[in-house]
Design a protein around this ligand. Structure first.
Ligand code: F6P
Length: 554
């Protein structure tokens, strides 16, 4: 085991960080005309400018030493080879096999998993074609118009985010809906918009034991049957995506209508598997293949590029740098593309469920902070909400700006082109965060506007900006299936590289279990309706209050 804080490269980075005290991005740019050329990376159709970071050539060298000392290359090779990198569950993590278009075998326990993956992909493609063409019909002989994906976490966020991101490529008859929350309002508001005769429900659950999903699926089936649909027609309106065929059968879905995947696909990494069926229904199987191909290109880059020119590794090292050597533990994702509006939410699960860990792979406590808090909103909306804190707040929050160069909707009017405005805002934000505005610049600006020296003095503290706030900018030509695939795989591989350096397991999520267990027992207590005393006084009080007021209403 490589405890990161004990590595000599970690200690060298601590010293280097101290030597950078007082260094500014402004100065780094002023003293190095080549900085933009030096700190950039291109891979799988994506371009990353990482020059606006608090690093110099020595920082990069030391971070790469850390990667080597943490055996990152060997750990990437282990991931690719199908080693049991998920050690607590004794499983490989082979989401990359799901998009492996190389024709090479991928072995799990001495068996090539590629034929099985391709078989399911072919079944998904054939099914999608039937639904899209209208030849798959509901019980009254009408084509499907609405598809409702019922799932939660990785069985919801990935397909939802990608279907929204690729909305310009959507089938024009099919409306996609996603129901995740066990709050009945989520399902009810969706059911109110659709017709049972022309709706296909996809019940998406790796385990097929998740309370929220099963509850929503049961209510959806009740609604369907209460509409007068014959029991036998459930097969035409309900399909399942799962690893658990017994549970699918006992729910009442014909396993002929089940698209399988495998336990070596983590929930938050499952979009590339059968869990992507709703996306395939929306964009078609050819475009789904382009989506896989973009991710495959990024995987090849991750496996083959030297660490110093490896996009996921570089982004991971920057996260480690800020998280562990500056104490910047929050990370903002700002997609300048409205179609990516669910991307920050998707990345929250990917990064926080993966790297929100406090123990090393051997179970010993970590001595450093691990996965950052990830959040965000599309620009320019975020600019008019929380960017104030990014510019002048006491927290320094590194940002990833994500920006397609071409718009899918190139509107313009007498003010100009929408997309040029969007581009301008994106570039302006990263420049403003980095450069800030000093007192001298403010004085010149306010004098030019005819303001008095007194007024300048009065407002100086409020209207100057320290700047020195780091960001990456990730650009692509346009947000198409290939580019989206590459973008998601970039972050998946980045998360793995971070975990490898921190020596934590990014593929389990034991932390989610405690809440699930408690919810089960409290659910029974609420259903029983008796006064509870088994918990702490706050929890007892809250539960009893809910029971009392429910009983009063009944
Ligand atoms: O939230 C915990 C979790 O286990 C996620 O990892 C997973 O994506 C989600 O629940 C849904 O699980 P399933 O697909 O098995 O219903």
């Amino acid at each position: 085991m490589n405890i990161p804080t004990k590595l000599s490269s970690w200690k060298a980075l601590e010293q280097h960080r101290a030597s950078l005290e007082g260094e500014t991005l402004r100065n780094l740019f002023a003293t190095d005309a080549q900085r933009f050329d030096q700190f950039q990376c291109t891979a799988a159709g994506l371009f990353v400018d990482y020059s606006k970071n608090l690093i110099n050539a020595t920082t990069l060298e030391l971070l790469l030493n850390l990667a080597s000392e943490a055996q990152l290359e060997q750990k990437i090779a282990a991931l690719k080879a199908g080693d049991k990198v998920n050690n607590t569950e004794a499983r490989p993590a082979l989401h990359s096999a799901l998009r492996n278009l190389s024709g090479d075998a991928v072995m799990v326990d001495a068996e090539d998993v590629m034929p099985g993956i391709n078989r399911v992909l072919d079944r998904m493609a054939a099914f999608s074609e039937k639904v899209r063409s209208g030849s798959w019909q509901g019980h009254s002989g009408k084509a499907i118009t609405d598809v409702v994906n019922i799932g939660i976490g990785g069985s919801d966020l990935g397909p939802l985010m990608a279907t929204e991101a690729l909305a310009p490529f959507a089938h024009d008859r099919l409306q996609l809906h996603f129901v995740s929350n066990v709050d009945g309002s989520h399902l009810a508001s969706t059911l109110a918009k659709i017709n049972p005769e022309t709706t296909l429900f996809i019940v998406a659950s790796k385990t097929f034991t998740t309370q929220e999903t099963l509850s929503n699926a049961h209510s959806a089936r009740n609604w369907f049957l209460e509409s007068g649909a014959p029991e036998a027609s459930v097969a035409k309106h309900f399909v399942a995506l799962s690893t658990n065929s017994d549970a699918v059968a006992s729910f009442g879905i014909d396993t002929n209508n089940m698209f399988e995947f495998w336990d070596w696909v983590g929930g938050r990494y499952s979009l590339w598997s059968a869990i992507g069926l709703s996306l395939m229904l929306s964009i078609g199987s050819e475009r789904f293949k382009q989506f896989l191909s973009g991710a495959h290109e990024m995987d090849k880059h991750f496996y083959e590029a030297p660490l110093g020119n490896n996009m996921p590794v570089l982004l991971a090292l920057l996260t480690v740098w800020y998280n562990n050597f500056y104490g910047y533990t929050s990370h903002m994702i700002a997609p300048y593309d409205q179609y990516l509006h669910r991307f920050p939410a998707y990345l929250q699960q990917l990064t926080m469920e993966s790297n929100g860990k406090s123990v090393h792979k051997d179970g010993s406590p970590v001595e450093h902070s691990t996965g950052p808090i990830v959040w965000g909103e599309p620009g320019t909306n975020g600019q008019h909400a929380f960017f104030q804190l990014l510019h002048q707040g006491t927290h320094i929050i590194p940002v990833d700006f994500i920006m397609p160069i071409e718009s899918m909707n190139p509107l313009s009017n007498k003010i100009g082109s929408h997309h040029e405005l969007l581009l301008a805002n994106c570039f302006a934000q990263s420049e403003a965060l980095m450069m800030g505005k000093n007192a001298q610049e403010l004085t010149l600006e306010m004098h030019a506007a005819g303001e008095s020296d007194d007024e300048i003095d009065r407002l100086k503290g409020h209207r100057t900006f320290t700047g020195n706030r780091p960001s990456n900018t990730i650009m692509m030509q346009r947000l198409d299936p290939q580019a989206l695939g590459a973008l998601i795989a970039l972050y998946e591989n980045k998360v793995y590289a971070e975990a490898a350096i921190w020596d934590i397991n990014p593929f389990d999520q034991w932390g989610v279990e405690l809440g699930k267990q408690l919810a089960k027992s409290i659910h029974q207590e609420i259903e029983a309706g008796n006064t509870v005393t088994a918990h702490d006084s706050s929890s007892n009080g809250l539960i009893n209050r809910a029971i009392k007021f429910r009983n009063l209403q009944a």
